[in-house]
Design a protein around this ligand. Structure first.
Ligand code: HEC
Ligand SMILES: [Cu+2]
Length: 346
């Protein structure tokens, strides 16, 4: 095995280990940023890898120099401990330790600055799909202006198509972050920020508010479902359908309770409850038109099951400290019927 071959073999092993580790991590740690699944996340990852490699080079040089000084140039037992030859104003050394760090900084700065500019979109193609993201304490509203659809806490996007997220806030500063897809862009009241990306791998991804925004900041989660083009079209078609009004049974009883309870002040179920005040900045509570089609509730905090839903309606603040949905004192048969109705909203 010659030397060049050996080096290449070592590099391959390191790369395999690295990619294996990141793939395994992506499966067991859904908030991992090291397994990028969009062009934006890949760009950020590439800066990270480049900077880490330069840092690694510096580390190796320093460690080698250190060990040489300790083991090669040190005085051996029995040798006279003479002072080494002293010198100063060594031109070569002065230039080397000034130019070296400058070169390293330039090599780190160039890809970083390039990525910073490339991740700040000012233009996007007309075929890009715009998704308006409205951040609320402590949940996310998603609207598709060109499709007339809207949902909350679980956003669907098609793979392999440019998505243009338009970020705005209904209250305080939040930050929109999907570790595997990119982001961590601030959502600032009175300003619209943008993210553009092309998601590459269909799947379910986690999202999280990444800017402290009050009591339940850590509970302000969301899911991103990257669908195939057909899957996305099917989802949109379902979203545009009005909910089926249950004809009889517990669910239809629940529908009457829903209409007469204060729920409708803050929540929309298309065709059944609207909003007296549908202000521009967004709705007061998540759209429930297709609530049962979501896998989680309360912004990704609980799985969407009848038991969890009953717990939530009974006492939102226990599930989510500070939650801005009031406790409305529903219990017993009323609560069971209401839950049956909401879980029928496929
Ligand atoms: C004063 C406004 C208000 C009223 C009244 C209200 N809610 Fe809510 N509701 C909210 C807010 C705000 C949230 C988001 C809470 C969060 O996740 O932080 C919410 C969340 C929910 C969710 C979870 C939705 C999701 O996808 O995560 C359900 C279900 C729900 N409310 C049902 C009800 C029902 C049923 C009633 C009536 C009994 C009701 N709400 C009354 C404001 C309200
Ligand atoms: Cu937030």
């Amino acid at each position: 095995m010659n030397r060049r071959f050996g080096a290449r073999w070592l590099l391959w092993c390191a790369l395999l280990l690295f990619s294996g580790a990141t793939e395994a991590a992506a499966r067991s740690y859904p908030m991992d940023t090291m397994a990028p699944r969009s062009d934006l996340a890949e760009l950020i990852q590439s800066v990270y890898v480049q900077v880490t490699l330069w840092d690694l080079l510096v580390l190796v040089v320093v460690i080698v120099a250190l060990f040489l000084a300790i083991f090669w140039f040190s005085t051996r037992f029995g040798e006279p401990g003479e002072e080494p030859v002293q010198f100063h104003s060594h031109m070569g050394l002065e230039v080397a330790w000034t130019a070296g760090p400058i070169l390293i900084l330039v090599l780190i700065t160039v890809p970083t600055v390039r990525a910073v500019f490339n991740t700040q979109p000012y233009h996007w193609p007309k075929e890009a799909l715009t998704v308006r993201v409205i951040a609320h304490q402590w949940w996310w509203e998603f609207r598709y202006p060109s499709l007339g659809a809207q949902t909350a806490n679980e956003v669907h996007i098609p793979a392999d198509r440019m998505i243009h997220f338009e970020l705005e806030s209904a209250d305080v500063i939040h930050s929109f972050w999907m570790p595997a897809l990119g982001g961590k862009r601030d959502v600032v009241p009175g300003q619209i920020n943008q993210i553009t990306l092309v998601a590459k791998v269909p799947g379910e991804y986690y999202g999280q508010c990444a800017e402290f925004c009050g009591a339940s900041h850590a509970n302000m989660r969301f899911r991103v479902f990257v669908d195939t083009a057909e899957g996305f079209q099917r989802w949109v078609a379902d979203q545009l359908k009005p909910p089926v009004m249950p004809a009889s049974g517990l669910a239809s009883e629940g529908a009457r309770i829903y209409q007469n309870a204060p729920c409708a002040i803050c929540h929309r179920v298309k065709g059944i409850s609207g909003f007296s005040k549908q202000y521009e900045g967004g709705f007061r509570g998540p759209d429930l038109t297709h609530f049962a089609g979501r896998s989680t509730l309360a912004a990704g905090v609980l799985d969407n099951t009848p038991d969890n839903l009953a717990t939530w309606i009974q006492d939102p603040q226990t599930v989510k400290p500070g939650a801005l949905m009031p406790r409305l004192g529903l219990k017993g048969h009323e609560l069971t019927a209401l839950v049956a109705y909401l879980e029928s909203l496929k």
